[in-house]
Design a protein. Structure first.
Length: 51
């Protein structure tokens, strides 16, 4: 498992647990296109990062 954490408009964290595949280093984030986490990642644009 891995954790995708974005920030809400008020600055508080919005964590989402996701399964990952460590060999190819891929996280599988299941989400609806209108969800908060998708909107947060899209809004971050080039500033979105994975660590």
């Amino acid at each position: 498992m891995c954790l995708l954490t974005t920030h809400r408009p008020d600055g508080t964290p919005h964590p989402s647990a996701s399964p990952n595949d460590p060999e190819p280093r891929i996280a599988h984030v299941i989400s609806d296109g209108a969800s908060r986490k998708v909107r947060d990642v899209r809004a971050a644009g080039d500033l979105a990062r994975a660590a």
